[in-house]
Ligand binder design. Structure first.
Ligand SMILES: *[C@@H]1O[C@H](CO)[C@@H](O)[C@H](O)[C@H]1NC(C)=O
Ligand SMILES: *[C@@H]1O[C@H](CO)[C@@H](O)[C@H](O)[C@H]1NC(C)=O
Ligand SMILES: *[C@@H]1O[C@H](CO)[C@@H](O)[C@H](O)[C@H]1NC(C)=O
Ligand SMILES: *[C@@H]1O[C@H](CO)[C@@H](O)[C@H](O)[C@H]1NC(C)=O
Ligand SMILES: *[C@@H]1O[C@H](CO)[C@@H](O)[C@H](O)[C@H]1NC(C)=O
Ligand SMILES: *[C@@H]1O[C@H](CO)[C@@H](O)[C@H](O)[C@H]1NC(C)=O
Ligand SMILES: *[C@@H]1O[C@H](CO)[C@@H](O)[C@H](O)[C@H]1NC(C)=O
Length: 477
């Protein structure tokens, strides 16, 4: 019995790590041999006098790291994670066995700057911590993270400063876990990275005038406003609630006098092969203006500045729910939707939805997941995803297309041609009834609806993630 126990112990990662503040006691993952360290404090609790203040590095003692941390208080209209507490500036670390000078993947969750957390099981790093170390960082949300009232000494962008402090923590401490603090895009120079940052082009926005909470342009932490395209539908609706009238009202409120030009290009009739044609039309336009073309704008800007970027188009509709809040039957409607690639990038291919569902991805999906994980590891280790994935070029828009799990990864052109149409629309939209955008008839829907796992409504690209990785590394170089 004893040799077996010893062997088992040897194959597991160390569960304690000593840092300047003390020894962290982590735990052992059940689905892999990695160890985890939950709720590692990286900043002083942002409470009392520190509410609304820039985060201060944590300088207290370290100890138990086995309990999930509270979420930062959530302000989302659409989802809220409990329990939350203002004392939330913690990060999680997952470490493979025998870690030594490994690349590090850092996860900064989405949620519109109003929701989300490192404790969400979809972002559990146990299965991903095989060859890299995985870190995820909590940051303040909503008004606590993004309110800016400079007259009252509230500078804004606290949430972004939290992320940056978390990254500095990684830089300073990850070696003690067996990570390589310098692996991150070491091939790029500071000036190469610096030119990717958008620069202010006009007067800065008064944060108090913005409805909702997001980064505001302070000229320093956030140098310029991100392209802000389109208006969101105001209500949460079921597909069958989206009638043609709802679609037209959406076009009107989003594009103003250019609504009819958009409608000519995306008439509901072009989506008659789908079960909910007006819904599909709305989703198509929404996807292109909120995800597809903003991603393209970020890519071209980076490439023009000589910064290497890579793009991918994700077309795989997961065969399992990846968040536990999805009601049954919703997957065929979602298709290859926003966030659908997260379980693949996290190697969370079994027991979906996390943490203990009974759905497993197909063998082909698991193979696709291994490819994605490998690309990301290569980016973390070498600053590029490898030769299989061609770098994006402004002329030619090379990248990879993930059409479905069986076609897997296809290097080629990622088609952003529709973005010139929307660029003309937004250039001409402000109250101009004779916009210069031309209607060239209906685009065919991105894919047709079928009743299998490959049905789709939205096909998104997450190239901005790649751009973001470049931006995130800037502070380290
Ligand atoms: C842990 O490592 C051992 C030895 O390499 C291996 O046999 C076992 O499958 C691993 N366990 C998990 C859960 O991956
Ligand atoms: C710890 O940090 C806080 C906030 O920055 C500071 O007020 C305090 O003096 C520091 N304590 C030590 C022991 O350095
Ligand atoms: C995890 O995140 C998803 C989407 O961001 C959210 O809908 C869900 O409620 C979260 N899960 C928990 C347990 O908070
Ligand atoms: C980044 O670029 C800006 C604008 O060109 C320049 O003012 C700044 O000094 C640069 N910062 C670094 C760290 O190179
Ligand atoms: C379009 O929106 C404007 C401003 O909200 C409104 O006055 C107008 O009635 C709308 N037109 C249609 C056709 O919905
Ligand atoms: C996946 O894509 C390939 C290549 O385009 C195609 O031949 C195949 O029919 C697709 N599979 C499904 C299930 O749609
Ligand atoms: C409207 O668009 C047309 C064609 O692009 C342009 O000639 C005209 O100046 C624009 N009018 C206004 C008020 O912007």
């Amino acid at each position: 019995m004893l040799p077996f126990v010893l062997l088992l112990a040897a194959s597991c990662a160390a569960q304690s790590v000593t840092l300047p503040g003390g020894t962290l006691q982590g735990g052992q993952c059940t689905t892999s041999n990695a160890s985890f360290f939950y709720s590692v404090p990286y900043a002083q609790p942002p409470t009392g006098d520190l509410r609304f203040a820039a985060p201060q590095p944590y300088n207290g003692t370290l100890g138990q790291a086995t309990t999930p941390s509270p979420k930062c208080p959530q302000f989302s209209q659409s989802f809220i994670e409990y329990p939350y507490s203002e004392d939330c500036l913690y990060l999680n670390v997952w470490v493979p066995p025998n870690a030594n000078n490994l690349p590090v993947k850092v996860w900064i969750y989405g949620g519109g700057n109003t929701a989300g957390s490192i404790s969400n099981q979809t972002y559990n790093g146990c299965n991903l911590a095989t060859d890299p170390i995985v870190v995820s960082v909590n940051y303040r949300l909503g008004p606590l993270g993004f309110l800016g009232l400079q007259d009252f000494g509230i500078e804004g962008n606290m949430g972004i400063q939290d992320q940056l402090l978390g990254l500095r923590w990684v830089r300073k401490n990850i070696q003690a876990f067996g990570g390589d603090p310098a692996a991150c895009l070491r091939s790029l120079s500071l000036s190469q990275l610096n030119v990717t940052l958008p620069r202010p082009t006009g007067p800065t926005i008064n944060p108090a005038s913005i409805s909702g909470f997001g980064p505001f342009v302070d000229g320093e932490i956030v140098p310029a406003n991100h392209a802000d395209v389109g208006v969101q539908p105001t209500r949460r609706q079921r597909p069958q609630d989206i009638t043609e009238a709802v679609y037209l009202a959406y076009l009107n409120s989003t594009f103003g006098s250019a609504a009819s030009t958009v409608e000519n290009r995306y008439p509901v009739s072009a989506f008659n092969s789908t079960p909910f044609p007006a819904f599909s039309a709305l989703v198509q336009v929404y996807t292109q203006t909120n995800f597809w073309c903003p991603a393209y704008a970020g890519l071209t800007r980076a490439a023009q500045n000589g910064v290497p970027v890579w793009t991918y188009r994700w077309g795989q509709a997961p065969s399992c729910a990846w968040y536990n809040v999805f009601p049954p039957g919703v997957l065929p409607i979602f298709g290859a939707a926003h966030t659908a690639e997260i379980p693949f990038v996290f190697a969370n291919v079994d027991n979906n939805p996390p943490p203990d569902g009974d759905c497993s991805f197909t063998a082909a999906e698991k193979s696709l997941s291994r490819q994605m994980v490998g690309f990301w590891t290569s980016i973390a280790a070498n600053g590029n995803p490898g030769s299989e994935w061609p770098q994006f070029e402004t002329e030619g828009t090379t990248g990879i297309n993930i059409i479905n799990e069986s076609s897997s990864v296809t290097p080629g052109m990622v088609d952003y041609s529709v973005c010139s149409f929307f660029q003309q629309i937004s250039a001409g939209a402000a109250g101009n009834s004779s916009t210069s955008a031309t209607s060239s008839g209906a685009d065919s829907p991105v894919a047709t609806y079928t009743s299998g796992a490959n049905s789709m409504v939205t096909q998104l690209s997450w190239l901005l993630v790649v751009v973001a990785v470049v931006g995130v590394c800037t502070i380290f170089m």
